[in-house]
Design a protein around this ligand. Structure first.
Ligand SMILES: [Zn+2]
Length: 206
């Protein structure tokens, strides 16, 4: 496993912040009109699709935003970024790379913490029978995930990283994120260890 590197590499999707009103007053680099809360969590998810099955960003967008019963009927996709099977990063919701979650950056991956979180999803998470949780991340997906984590920690160094299964009783993202982060040498203050549903036991033998 490569040592963790906090220097972000170039991502495949351009991450340009949205244009701001010329009249905005800025205090400490932050526009007064922004109403965001502090960015506290980067939550990792999976699409809960079988290992190796190609799922596109358009597929995920359709699942989330098409009206019921064809989709969830959400206004916005539930994740900030998606990592495709080949490691390509698709940014659904642009973010301005600061320590706040502004209103335009909110996505709904985990009810209750969305105003303070960003959500990162990889394609996969189930075995080929489509039944059992499986950490099916390809080497390319892991590499992109590390790039994104490094990028986030470079501008928001106090963010804690966690998996969806640490906030809801579901196996997503099919591995126990804190143990993985610790093995990589991610600083302890960036690892969220809460485990109210006991997924550490399910996914880690030690
Ligand atoms: Zn999830």
């Amino acid at each position: 496993m490569q040592p963790f590197n906090l220097q972000p590499t170039m991502s495949t999707t351009k991450n340009t912040p949205p244009p701001r009103e010329a009249t905005q007053t800025r205090v400490w680099g932050r526009a007064l009109s922004e109403s965001g809360k502090p960015f506290q969590y980067l939550i990792i998810h999976c699409t809960a699709t079988p290992a190796g099955r190609w799922i596109s960003a358009d597929d995920v967008k359709r699942w989330h935003t098409k009206p019921k019963p064809y989709g969830n009927g959400w206004k916005q996709v539930g994740y900030s970024d998606l990592i495709l099977l080949d490691g390509t990063r698709h940014t659904f919701v642009k973010h301005n790379n600061d320590t706040f979650i502004d209103s335009f950056e909110v996505t709904n991956g985990v009810a209750g913490i969305n105003l303070i979180s960003r959500h990162l999803c990889y394609v996969g998470g189930l075995d080929s029978s489509h039944k059992m949780p499986l950490d099916s991340r390809t080497p390319q997906q892991i590499s992109t995930m590390l790039d994104i984590i490094g990028e986030v920690l470079s501008y928001a160094p106090n963010v804690k990283i966690a998996g969806h299964n640490q906030f809801d009783n579901k196996s997503c993202p099919s591995f126990f994120v804190p143990s993985w982060l610790k093995r990589l040498g991610i600083p302890e203050h960036n690892i969220e260890w809460r485990d109210p549903f006991g997924y550490r036991k399910q996914f880690c033998s030690t």
